[in-house]
Design a protein around this ligand. Structure first.
Ligand SMILES: NC(=O)c1ccc[n+]([C@@H]2O[C@H](COP(=O)([O-])OP(=O)(O)OC[C@H]3O[C@@H](n4cnc5c(N)ncnc54)[C@H](O)[C@@H]3O)[C@@H](O)[C@H]2O)c1
Ligand SMILES: O=C(O)CCC(=O)CC(=O)O
Length: 358
């Protein structure tokens, strides 16, 4: 960044509370917002967390809807909206990962109910005005200020049960937001600071989180990283990496966070020589003098995650259709996106090779 740089930065209105045990304050947070009757949303597996929230809400808890699913099917959104209306809810408290938060956003989009989010993964949806809805197998996304949570409660204790593989993959999903914010067409100095610090927080915590899920120092640092990286996603436009993961995830039905984790070092290898400021920030964050893509790949080898698209069941014959879809829709990226380049990138990701630029 030089003094002649120009940029725009739109601050997003939201309160953030970060504390081990902060979930106990959810009732106070609702009072602070002048709300009194919250529907609690979660995935079926996180039902016990919804019960915990209901206990802390007392008579401010309207009920629980525990059917949140990945990528928010419209049928699920309709049922959740009906439930909110039947119960006379004036707000939603959402506990869980991006799937639960996405459902809260679907209700907010249609009925304008304010959201208090209590994230338990590192995906970062709680920090963004981005909504997503899936109809007939196709996911549509958009941005709307209505769906931005009014308050976010980060409680590291709640992440202690997140399994090692999901923790690692979800952390790398977050890192991907920061990486692409650093070379975004609408990058700004404040977001670049947050992105660098977010990547650093994960570089310093992910191995410890995977080694011992109950290490609350490491869990706190990782959740702090998730906050920063989520804010980067909310403030900037994403490039090739997010496009590729959405096409791969949507067309081949791949798991969201794991796909991000596998693809990221290869997209970074593709982009880093055309994004020198992002490269330098990532070198500092990852503690390397070499290519950040290689440092990230090395870090990933220590983590219990799938390391190749093949491990997710992808076959080489499926890649040409993915490449066609990625090329069919132009979007910004520091390195021009070509068929040849994508073939090399995806071939390496398929096999899990050490990343190289073609
Ligand atoms: N709109 C946005 O800004 C945005 C940002 C990131 C992700 N997303 C969306 O969010 C979804 C992915 O979110 P995700 O990766 O958090 O997945 P998720 O919410 O489905 O959670 C992943 C898994 O972790 C489990 N889990 C969550 N918290 C847990 C805990 N504390 N202990 C044990 N298990 C726990 C869940 O049951 C699930 O099996 C996708 O649909 C993605 O598109 C949206
Ligand atoms: O697809 C969405 O729900 C919105 C953006 C998103 O998922 C970010 C990501 O790819 O991690």
């Amino acid at each position: 960044m030089t003094f002649t740089s120009s940029f725009h930065y739109q601050a997003l209105p939201m309160r953030v509370s970060f504390e081990v045990g902060a979930v106990t304050k959810v009732g106070e947070e609702l009072d602070r917002l002048g709300l009194s009757r919250a529907l609690v949303l979660c995935t079926p597996e996180q039902n016990h967390l919804a019960d915990l929230v209901m206990d802390h809400l007392g008579d401010r808890g309207a009920g629980i809807f525990d059917q949140a699913r990945m990528h928010v099917p419209v049928e699920t959104a309709d049922r959740a909206r009906d439930r909110a209306r039947e119960l006379g809810a004036d707000s939603c408290v959402v506990i869980g990962g991006g799937s639960s938060i996405g459902l809260g956003k679907a209700i907010a989009l249609e009925h304008g109910l304010p959201i208090i989010a209590i994230p338990t993964t590192y995906a970062g949806s709680e920090m963004t005005p981005i909504w997503g809805l899936t109809r007939d197998g196709r996911k549509q996304t958009g941005r709307d200020a209505k769906v931005l949570p009014q308050s976010v409660i980060y409680d590291p204790q709640l992440t202690a049960t997140l399994p090692a593989e999901i923790s690692a993959a979800s952390g790398l999903n977050a890192v991907a937001h920061a990486v692409e914010a650093l070379y975004a067409p609408d990058a700004s100095p404040i977001i670049s600071l947050m992105a660098e610090e977010g990547v650093r927080a994960f570089a310093e915590s992910l191995a410890a989180v995977v080694a011992d899920g109950n290490d609350l120092d490491a869990r706190s640092k990782a959740l702090y990283g998730a906050w920063l990286c989520g804010a980067c996603l909310g403030a900037t436009t994403m490039s090739l990496h997010h496009k590729l993961c959405h096409v791969l995830g949507g067309s081949l039905d791949l798991p969201h966070a794991q796909t991000h984790a596998i693809v990221l070092p290869y997209v970074l290898a593709y982009n880093e020589s055309h994004a020198p400021a992002a490269r330098a920030a990532l070198q500092r964050a990852l503690g390397t003098d070499g290519d950040p893509s290689t440092a990230l790949w090395d870090l990933e080898q220590q983590l219990q995650i799938p390391h190749s698209l093949e491990e997710l069941g992808v076959r080489e014959t499926q890649l040409p259709a993915v490449i066609d879809e990625v090329l069919s829709n132009p979007y910004s990226n520091p390195t021009p996106v070509t068929e040849d380049g994508l073939r090399h990138l995806l071939g390496q990701a398929l096999r899990g090779d050490r990343p190289t630029r073609r």
